[in-house]
Design a protein around this ligand. Sequence first.
Ligand code: DP6
Length: 372
Amino acid sequence: MFQQTCIAPVNIAVIKYWGKRDEELILPINDSLSMTLSTDQMCAKTTASASSNFKENVMWLNGEKVAFDENPRSARCLKEIKRIASAKGQPKFPLNLKLHICSENNFPTAAGLASSAAGYACLVYTLACLYGVEDEELTQIARQGSGSACRSLDGGFVHWKKGDNPNGSDSLAHQVISPSSWSNMRVLILVVNDSKKKTSSTKGMRLCVETSELINHRAEKIVPQRIENITKAIKTKNFTDFAEITMKDSNQFHAIALDTFPPCIYMNDVSHSIAEFVHRYNELAGETKVAYTFDAGPNACLYLEEENVAGVVAGLKLAFPNDNAGNVEYVKGIPINGQSYEAYKFKSNGSNLLKYIIHTKIGEGPKRLEEC
Ligand code: DP6
């Protein structure tokens, strides 16, 4: 038996990918840019085994058996990896051996927390290691699993260029800066609701391309300039400019989601209160210390530098006082100012309250764990 285990990170976009020009190859209508999160707190983990004893390709996703060959996205990723392995010659083992794949996320699936990005990046990276083709251009393959997955194959800040070729050969992701270049960059994920999201990104963006009158204006007239400006802000570590562009892009993404007919509403009242909190916090501080972004769900992702984490978390506790005094529970994440708790769990039973915070930071790309 041949076996490989790898982990891959989550990435959160600061310039959002929303809309495809080719549904099958997963080619986007605009460039996007994201930050990779540390795998210490959140990651996907995949083990792939090949054996002559296996009768069919089987996958378990978070313990649940799922169709592999019947899922066109995973089947395509495997086909592409095998194509490269065969072209390189001398594959490590016969390419017709069937696979057993086991994949797990250590964070809520499909709650707007980029689980498909980490999941497909991990699948592609693990298969690439198993078949010995990990040095190849893999972002093109991961993209065909889930668009945003191509940005999880590298660490730091990553830019996915939409490309122009109809075959997708130039729709690739590359690193803008390494994690060590902005090592004090931290992230607070404010989990408002960790149940499955209402409209999937795939369905939401398809409907948006079909019905929104604003989406093309965004893709053609707004995003190119934003990519240029945010790249400059990231390279010069200009947090104020970075934060403003990030928040504006999140707002614009939700505006086009709302311009879809029928509308896609991803943010809820708590999400809007969080955005308001961030603007108020920055205003009171007299400078921009924190930025928000929201994906296709109500959970907030706050970007901030390390020295501002304790202040922002204290502010959040005051603004969202639905934890009883002293009712601070350990969840997971990086210790704040050396204190023993690592995150706060807010007392909440309803689905519309701030539930808990994950404290994490900028991180590296996928890693190999073991092979045999
Ligand atoms: C809002 O990559 O999940 O998170 O390509 O259809 O699988 P598919 O969509 P997906 O969309 C992510 C959308 C987003 C923005 C982003 O990550 O850029």
